[in-house]
Design a protein around this ligand. Sequence first.
Ligand SMILES: Nc1ncnc2c1ncn2[C@@H]1O[C@H](COP(=O)(O)OP(=O)(O)OP(=O)(O)O)[C@@H](O)[C@H]1O
Length: 237
Amino acid sequence: MDEPILTLEGVVAGYGPTTVLNNLSFEMKAQDRLAIVGRNGVGKTTALRAIMGLVPLRSGTVRFKGQDISALAPHHRAELGLGYVPQTRDIFPSLTVEENLMAGLKWRHRGALDEAYAVFPRLAERRRNGGAQLSGGEQQMLSVARALLGQPSLLLLDEPLEGLAPLIRQELLRAFANLSQQTGIAVIIVEQQVDEALGYAERALILDHGTVVHGGRAAVLLNDREALERWVGLAVH
Ligand SMILES: Nc1ncnc2c1ncn2[C@@H]1O[C@H](COP(=O)(O)OP(=O)(O)OP(=O)(O)O)[C@@H](O)[C@H]1O
């Protein structure tokens, strides 16, 4: 069975008088890694928020694991297996790494902590450090680890590489690749670091004016500098 895990059909959404998502349609399969790229302000974050239920749909549908979730509240979507890591790293700076993770455990047993530490061994080394003492990369690992505790089958990552130095970005991407391999969780990554996101993803979409203007295998798009220049504004090397 190759049923899509997520399907967006004709999604229209926005803020007040502004329409941001304009007939956005795409689907992805379980265990896929999908990069969504595009210029600033084209609606990448809004697309993730619409999937998570944080911005209401004006029309269209979002289906997750075969169920129409368009009208479900965000916490119900989380219970069904959607995990969201917003751009603002979502951690408690005054708590230690372990306390941050414990706070995210909810109904899950402590073994879930070990699973998160297996994906991010760096967090295990830092388990007694305060959140505010962590580097930017470690804070990002912690916010992703917190999302993992909800046992998502699809993880939405909004610009996880933002503000991180190149070496840290590489380390984080290695950890994400490890995560995909160990858990098989499907991932949507929205990124400004286009080359790095395309290096990690299997498939990619380019958004413009809130709709898909280009899509395909990430490795192919990575070498299609003309499309990247046209739609994302990257210089052709
Ligand atoms: N809460 C909000 N209220 C009003 N307008 C908003 C809100 N959030 C975003 N917008 C506007 O919606 C448009 C799309 O924003 P969105 O953040 O989805 O784009 P993006 O592609 O993720 O951009 P970036 O790459 O800069 O993060 C932008 O014009 C933005 O100014």
